[in-house]
Design a protein around this ligand. Structure first.
Ligand SMILES: [Zn+2]
Length: 262
């Protein structure tokens, strides 16, 4: 398989410290054509820009994840938005994200704080006219409400909702990303959702180092494992794995506004 575009990865993660360069240098020969390294903290945003500068096939996004919302809110300043705007002026910084809401953990940032930081970044994306990458975990209603308010272009990443929610996201004009979770035995809901999503709105992603697909489940994930995710989605859509890879590569370029890959 060739032409794989990993629409969501975290190669700045310390779990890649030992072999990052060797691994990334092997991507082209293993069918991976491009990678979006997604920023989720102030530190990761800087590291992502460095990766994009070093590797022609890596792009980056800039965002503050809900996990860091309380820390950012405690600074009581909007300076972080100025830093993000400046970082987004870099030619390979293609999107604002990942941003959103995460109600899964009890010790997460308070919900009102998460919403405040999310809204500030949605407003910035609107100002700058850049697509967003949305993280939504167990917060479907509040996330959809804010997406309807700000109407950003972009991606619902690591989709975990129902087929009904998938339809709503599509109606908003957004793209939907699926990880290796779609290959898991208990993935019935994700499979139903993927079946609802038009082929031209579908993306593939690793969210690596997390979410390794079957049969690698539990090990460190990387973009070469996307072949498993591609095969499963191709089966759901009734097309060949290569057709699925080609189409999702084209979709990823469209949503991130990449006019031509190297
Ligand atoms: Zn992520």
């Amino acid at each position: 398989m060739q032409n794989i575009f990993d629409s969501h990865a975290h190669y700045d993660d310390p779990r890649f410290d030992e072999d990052r360069d060797a691994l990334l240098s092997s991507m082209a020969s293993r069918g991976v054509r491009a990678i979006m390294n997604v920023g989720n903290t102030t530190h990761a945003n800087i590291a992502g820009i460095e990766l994009a500068k070093k590797y022609p096939f890596i792009y980056c996004s800039i965002g503050i994840h809900p996990d860091q919302a309380a820390e950012i809110a405690a600074q009581n300043s909007k300076d972080y938005l100025d830093v993000m705007a400046q970082q987004l002026s870099y030619e390979k910084a293609m999107a604002l994200g990942e941003i959103g809401l995460d109600y899964y953990y009890d010790d997460a940032s308070p919900r009102d704080v998460q919403k405040k930081i999310f809204e500030q970044q949605l407003a910035l994306a609107k100002d700058l006219q850049v697509p967003v990458i949305i993280h939504n975990r167990d917060a479907h209603a509040d996330t959809l409400e804010l997406l309807k308010k700000y109407r950003p272009q972009g991606i619902m990443h690591c989709f975990s909702g129902s087929a009904e929610i998938a339809k709503e996201v599509i109606k908003l004009g957004m793209y939907v990303g699926f990880t290796g979770v779609i290959t898991f035995k208990n993935a019935r809901r994700a499979i139903e959702a993927a079946a609802e999503i038009p082929l031209d709105r579908l993306l593939i992603e690793t969210d690596c180092p997390y979410m390794a697909p079957t049969p690698f489940r539990g090990s460190r994930c990387d973009s070469t494992m996307l072949t498993q995710t591609v095969a499963k989605l191709a089966e759901i859509k009734g097309i060949s794995p290569q057709e699925l890879a080609d189409q999702t590569c084209e979709n990823t370029c469209a949503v991130y506004r990449i006019s031509s890959l190297i």
